[in-house]
Design a protein around this ligand. Structure first.
Ligand code: CMX
Length: 464
């Protein structure tokens, strides 16, 4: 954001009135919605100015290979929450993972950032105060209940239905109460789209723990779901719904987990799907339901499940503390079987994923002697050379999914098919933040041009 705090403060009352919000001169902290109402008018001007100055400039060539090659590297989307650098990894609003670990508010006695703060940062570009984060925890707790019919949908799912399919069903069904869909039917003006999108986004994030908890207990047992505790933070409540509320280290892990999985710029399958579907003015529940279906693919979010399946198979074949030689042979047998090594490689990254490193540091602090953690570390020392020798993967280094399952397993969350649901809770933060801005900035329907192979051949034949 390119404007000063002083200017914002002076424009606060009128901006708030324009957004239908009341200006308060009391000492109560500014809420996220109020802050957004302040930021939007200047950002609309900022985008207008950027387009006026650069709108007609070329932004890199498009190669035919990119049409066939999954659009790798094609500059095609605006995404404000985070930017991914191939060498350095992710920055959330300009901040690295160590930066946000330092700067974002923590829970009392905690060391990991609260995801509430990360959401504030993604939406506003600013570090919130402890008080603002506490208000967000309370707001989400107040919105957390899910409609009875959604509970029934989940209760009727066979436990054999993959948890991600159940998750996507429930999130899609939340569209029943969408503020955006209702406002659209009632003829809301384009200028006001962001308000109900914000409300839906907040509801979406707030309701995910109850959905995720219900799926976990329905599929794996564990009795009745506890109620949300409005005095606790989001991650504590999610941990408690899963049956781990009394384990402070697990709660800290979830705080870190949700924070680092939240956003990874806009081109990955889940983020892009959410943005694409949202561009049709489908509400945030429909958009995020679609995003979850993309996250459920084994080359994307499901890789965290696949890593654990692969590690368990490895352990059952060559033992819990195998030699390097045995591990190498197992990795080669995976490649020779025409499969990918899950948790390794990336479409953009060309170095070890800092999200992997953050999890490794957590493990070194909390579970240095864990056998699975040691195996994950042993594999880290072996896979890159093997992938380089195999000669195909452009990036031989581990991604976020290579580590997360080992941490969850350590604390007793051993049901690997469930892991991607936690990724799905987290990714909602990034997708929702962008959906709010897309509606605030009037982002248009996405509609890129496609070509047939014969059309491409004809274009170049005509040119020659
Ligand atoms: N194991 C074996 N082969 C791999 C590989 C791996 N981990 N990573 C890439 N390759 C192969 C690709 O399958 C491809 O083979 P073909 O030419 O036969 O199709 C070749 O190397 C080139 O691929 P690339 O350009 O390096 O990678 P892509 O951008 O096409 O794909 C990704 C990226 C992540 C899908 C791929 O690295 C992969 O399949 N990794 C394993 C699955 C995984 O961990 N996914 C999670 C990613 C993070 C996330 O989204 O959560």
């Amino acid at each position: 954001m390119s404007f000063t705090r002083a200017l914002l403060n002076s424009s606060r009352p009128s901006a708030l009135r324009a957004a239908g919000l009341r200006f308060s001169s009391t000492a109560r902290p500014v809420t996220l919605k109020e802050r957004l109402a302040e930021l939007i008018p200047a950002e609309i001007e900022n985008v207008k100015a950027t387009r006026a100055e650069h709108g007609k400039k070329a932004f890199g060539p498009v190669l035919v290979d990119q049409l066939y090659g999954g659009m790798r590297g094609l500059p095609a989307l605006i995404w404000d929450g985070s930017v991914l650098d191939a060498e350095e990894g992710i920055r959330f609003r300009g901040k690295t993972i160590p930066d946000i670990q330092k700067a974002l508010p923590k829970a009392p006695g905690g060391q990991e950032p609260l995801p509430e703060g990360l959401f504030w940062l993604l939406v506003t570009g600013e570090i919130p105060t402890q008080e603002q984060v506490a208000e967000l925890s309370k707001d989400w707790a107040a919105r957390a209940a899910i409609p009875e019919f959604v509970e029934e949908i989940l209760d009727r799912c066979p436990p054999t239905l993959h948890p991600m399919s159940q998750f996507s069903l429930a999130v899609t069904a939340l569209n029943h109460n969408s503020a955006f869909a209702k406002a659209y039917q009632e003829g809301i003006s384009k200028k006001e789209y962001w308000g109900p999108t914000f409300e839906d986004s907040m509801d979406l994030i707030a309701k995910l723990p109850n959905i995720a908890g219900r799926i976990y207990r329905n599929v794996y047992g564990g009795g009745k779901l506890p109620a949300i505790d409005a005095t606790k933070d989001y991650s504590w409540n999610l941990a408690n719904l899963l049956g781990f509320g009394e384990n402070p280290a697990f709660v800290e892990l979830l705080r870190l987990y949700i924070t680092i999985h939240s956003d990874h710029e806009g081109g990955n399958v889940s983020a892009h799907t959410g943005k694409l579907v949202g561009s049709a003015l489908s509400d945030p529940f429909l958009a995020y339901g679609a995003a979850l279906n993309g996250l459920a693919g084994p080359l994307h979010g499901l890789a965290n499940q696949e890593v654990l399946v692969w590690l368990r198979k490895m352990q059952s074949k060559i033992g819990e503390e195998p030699t390097d030689e045995a591990v190498k042979e197992y990795i080669w047998s995976t490649l020779k079987g025409g499969q990918v090594v899950p948790g390794y490689g990336h479409a953009v990254l060309r170095k070890t994923d800092p999200r992997y490193t953050a999890q490794r540091e957590f493990a070194l602090k909390h579970l240095p002697e864990d056998k699975m953690f040691k195996l994950v570390g042993q594999i880290y020392n072996l896979v890159p050379d093997i992938l380089l020798e195999a000669g195909k993967a452009k990036n031989p280094w581990p991604n976020v999914d290579a580590h997360s399952g080992a941490l969850l397993t350590h604390y007793g969350l051993t049901q690997m098919q469930y892991y991607t649901v936690l990724f799905g809770v987290s990714r909602a933060f990034g997708v929702a933040a962008q959906l709010i801005w897309d509606r605030a900035l009037g982002a248009p329907l996405e509609r890129p041009k496609s070509y047939s192979t014969s059309a491409i051949q004809k274009i170049f034949k005509d040119k020659s």
